[in-house]
Structure formats: structure tokens, C-alpha cells
Design a protein around this ligand. Structure first.
Ligand code: UD1
Length: 419
């Protein structure tokens, strides 16, 4: 398994180009199942989660041509209706094929996602809503088996504004018979990106980005070409990289308008952030102040930035309370940050971070995608060498992270194949 070695203490300076958004690309690739025509995608990030999604699509019968950041997908015929256990267990977002499969082919067999590093993460809301639209759903041998004739539009209230749940439903509703209303829908920008793609394919969707989405079903969808939005979480991670190293980074293509909560909080902490033409310039804070954070659904502070902000707060000048409200077990980075010298206490779903003068390099282990990113950030700041193992988590969601950071002055090496 690969490891990452970081010689900390280097000030980052220069430009990083932000890649396409993983969490927009995944549902968008799944949405291509809704038509037999070609869907061409641009700005697709080259990540392991995207390769996993493409492998799943090929098993379902998709013909995929990939050329750098371009992807062409054609789902003329379907060879299988199954997302098997081995795929779903490596990537929970595989459940995104459920909505399109049941809507277009009337059949789907999806392995139930088990617990994962950040909590239980059930899909009960996805299933409840599809049942309301007329699907018959059974759970057998660890699989959700769904069958339906043409789905029927319905009025659906989500108990929690689940992101992939909202996406599954929007996709299913595009070619259902009649109108579907999704109340308490997720408002995340990636939901809007998916809705924009679907509109380009001929779907009729209103309200994406708000908590009430209305979809009028059409008979069929057609092919299109679509450019995936930039990744707000990748951008947020590099904003913190600049702040934590006292650096000066320009993040080209950074989607500032989707990062309001993160930018406001970082400015409160003293970080100098300026919008500048095609991106954001992030400069060292004179003094890094402690701030409190509570994760929320969009437009609140994203849970996917919680671990990175915690890394920053470990070297702030006071005490910061970080509260996680979306996932119940999302503090696996805490024990590893402590190994680097951080002072963090956990009580329930809150972490109390007392800023320390300095972090010191150590051996640490990555446990999930964003936890891994927080260890890289802390390692960039720490004195001496930090060795991060299990870096495959990073490859799932950050395109060429080590290269991008090396390009702006970090001393970061990837060691292949060692334990
Ligand atoms: C998506 C993102 C992930 C992000 C998360 C929250 C993708 C591919 N992944 O994950 O990066 O961290 O949103 O912003 O877009 N829940 C239920 N029942 C359900 C569905 C969800 O109880 O049927 C609960 C979950 O357990 C969790 C909360 O709702 O506590 C949020 O989950 P959800 O919004 O569904 O996250 P994902 O869509 O899995």
C-alpha cells in the first residue's frame, strides 16, 4: 500500500487548478443510464471513485470512452441491473444507479451499503420515496431488489435532505408518468449540476437548489454534452493548505459562490481571501484566530470540510468548538491529529480544539477521504517528517493531490508498494 511522506514547514506559493467535482460527476455519470443516446462529459476528475463508477456502468452494459477529462458514455442496451456488494462496499455512491435503472428498465438489484468509516448511512429515504412512486421493493440476501412498471409522479417529503437520495429521486422522476414534488430536498450545488445536465437531456425540472423541487415526467431523454462544475471541497481543502502553511496560493477555477460558509468562517479566523478574476487568492493570516464551526446541510458549513478545518484550528490562537451534525462518527482524524501534537477533546458530537504552538511530524493512518486530507494539511504544517499510510482514501477524491501540492512548493513524496 502506498504511503505519503511530507517534510513539513514549507510555505506554499503559486497556483493550483481546481478539478471537476467528484460529487457532481458521480450522479451525472449514473444519469447517463436514463437514455440510449451518447452523453459526453467534460471536466471529469480522474479519481478512483470515478473509475469505480465507470466499472459499475460497464458491468451494466455501458460503452465508455475516456480521454483525459472527457468521458463519452452510451447505454444503448443494458446487460445487468445489479450493483454488487464488491462495488457498493468500496463506493457507497454506487446506489446512484438505483433511480435511473428502475425508471428506465423497471428493475434494479443494489447491494445494501453497510456501515462505513463515518457512520451507518442508511438508504431508507431513497427506498421510501421510490415506493411512493410505485416501485415494489424487497430486501433479500443483503440486496435491495426493486421492480416497477412505469414509475408514477408523487409528492415526497424527505425526513432529512439527503444528497444522493434527492439525486436518485430527481433522476427517477424525469421519465416517470406525471409530476413529482420533492419537499425538504437537498440544496447542494451538485444537485443543481445534475439537474442542469438532465435539463440538457430534455428533462423538466424546477426548483433545483431550493428545498422544493418539481419534476414533470417526460417520455424519454436524449443525449447531450455537459461540463461538470468545479470541486468546492477540493478548493476548500487547498484554501486551508494556504492558510495553514502561511502561504500565498491562487486557486484557479475555485467556485467561490459555492463556498460562502467556508470562506466566511476562514475570514473570521483571519485568513486573507480575495476573489480575483478566474479564482481565489488566499494569503497567510497575520494571526490565526480560533473559530467555532457546526456542520450543516448546504448552504451551511459542509461536513466534507470539517476535518480540514479542524486541522487548521489545531494551530490557532485559542479554543475552537467543532460540532458535527450530519454524520455520527466523523471524528476518526482526531486520534491521528493528536499523534502530530494536536490538543483535541471529544464530547459527544463536538470536538474542543485548543490551539498549540507547533505540530510535529509522526506516522499516521488515513481512515476516510476527508480525514486523510486533514492529515496532509497538518503534515504540511508540522515540523519534521509525517508519514501517512492507507493513502488510497485520498486517491478516491483528490485528483493528483501530491503533484498539485509539489507544484506550489510542498515537499511531498509518494512511496509505492510499501506496507
Ligand atoms: C453526500 C456526499 C458526501 C457528503 C454528504 C453530506 C456524494 C456522492 N456524497 O453523501 O460527500 O458528506 O452528502 O453532505 O454526493 N440518511 C438517512 N437515510 C437515507 C439517506 C441519508 O438517514 O436514506 C442520513 C445519513 O445517515 C446521514 C445524513 O442523512 O446522517 C446525510 O446523508 P446524505 O445526505 O444521504 O449523504 P450522502 O448522499 O451519502
Amino acid at each position: 500500500m502506498d504511503k505519503i511522506l511530507i517534510a513539513g514547514g514549507k510555505r506554499l506559493q503559486g497556483e493550483i487548478v481546481i478539478s471537476g467535482a467528484k460529487n457532481a460527476a458521480l450522479p451525472i455519470i449514473a444519469a447517463s443510464l436514463l437514455t440510449g443516446e451518447e452523453v459526453r462529459l467534460l471536466n471529469v476528475p480522474r479519481l478512483n471513485d470515478i473509475s469505480t463508477m465507470c466499472r459499475l456502468m460497464e458491468r451494466l452494459g455501458a460503452k465508455i470512452i475516456s480521454d483525459g477529462e472527457r468521458l463519452s458514455i452510451k447505454n444503448k442496451e443494458v446487460a445487468s441491473f445489479e450493483a454488487s456488494y464488491d462495488v457498493v462496499k468500496t463506493m457507497r455512491a454506487s446506489v446512484l444507479v438505483l433511480g435511473p435503472l428502475i425508471a428506465r428498465f423497471g428493475e434494479a438489484r443494489i447491494s445494501l451499503p453497510g456501515g462505513c468509516a463515518i457512520g451507518a448511512r442508511p438508504i431508507n429515504l431513497h427506498l421510501m420515496a421510490l415506493e411512493k412512486m410505485g416501485a415494489e421493493i424487497r430486501v433479500e440476501h443483503g440486496y435491495v431488489v426493486a421492480r416497477a412498471g412505469r414509475l408514477k409522479g408523487a409528492r415526497i417529503y424527505l425526513d432529512f435532505p439527503t444528497v444522493t437520495g434527492t439525486e436518485n429521486l430527481i433522476m427517477a422522476a424525469t421519465i416517470a408518468d406525471g409530476t413529482t414534488l420533492i419537499e425538504n430536498a437537498a440544496c447542494e450545488p451538485e444537485v443543481v449540476d445534475l439537474a442542469n445536465l438532465l435539463t440538457g437531456m430534455g428533462a423538466r425540472i424546477r426548483g433545483a437548489g431550493s428545498d422544493l423541487i418539481v419534476i414533470e415526467g417526460v417520455d424519454s431523454l436524449k443525449g447531450t454534452e455537459y461540463r461538470i462544475m468545479p470541486d468546492r471541497i477540493e478548493a476548500g481543502t487547498y484554501i486551508v493548505a494556504s492558510a495553514i502553511t502561511g502561504g500565498d496560493l491562487f486557486l484557479r477555477g475555485c467556485p467561490a459562490r459555492y463556498l460562502d460558509a467556508v470562506i466566511i468562517k476562514l475570514r473570521e479566523a483571519g485568513v486573507d481571501i480575495a476573489e480575483d478574476g478566474g479564482g481565489l487568492r488566499v494569503r497567510r493570516p497575520k494571526k490565526l484566530k480560533s473559530i467555532d464551526i457546526k456542520t450543516m446541510t448546504y448552504p451551511g458549513f459542509p461536513t466534507d470540510m470539517q476535518a480540514q478545518m479542524m486541522a487548521l484550528m489545531t494551530v490557532s490562537s485559542g479554543i475552537s468548538i467543532i460540532t458535527e451534525t450530519i454524520f455520527e462518527k466523523r471524528f476518526s482524524h482526531v486520534a491521528e491529529l493528536r499523534r502530530l501534537g494536536a490538543d483535541i477533546k471529544i464530547e459527544g458530537n463536538s470536538a474542543m480544539v485548543s490551539g498549540v504552538e507547533a505540530l510535529s511530524g509522526a506516522n499516521v493512518m488515513a481512515s476516510d477521504l476527508r480525514a486523510s486530507a486533514s492529515l496532509v494539511l497538518a503534515g504540511l504544517r508540522a515540523e519534521g517528517e509525517t508519514v501517512i499510510s492507507r493513502v488510497y482514501h485520498l486517491d478516491r477524491g483528490y485528483e493528483r493531490m501530491a503533484e498539485k501540492l509539489t507544484g506550489v512548493g510542498a515537499k511531498i513524496d509518494r512511496v509505492r508498494g510499501s506496507q
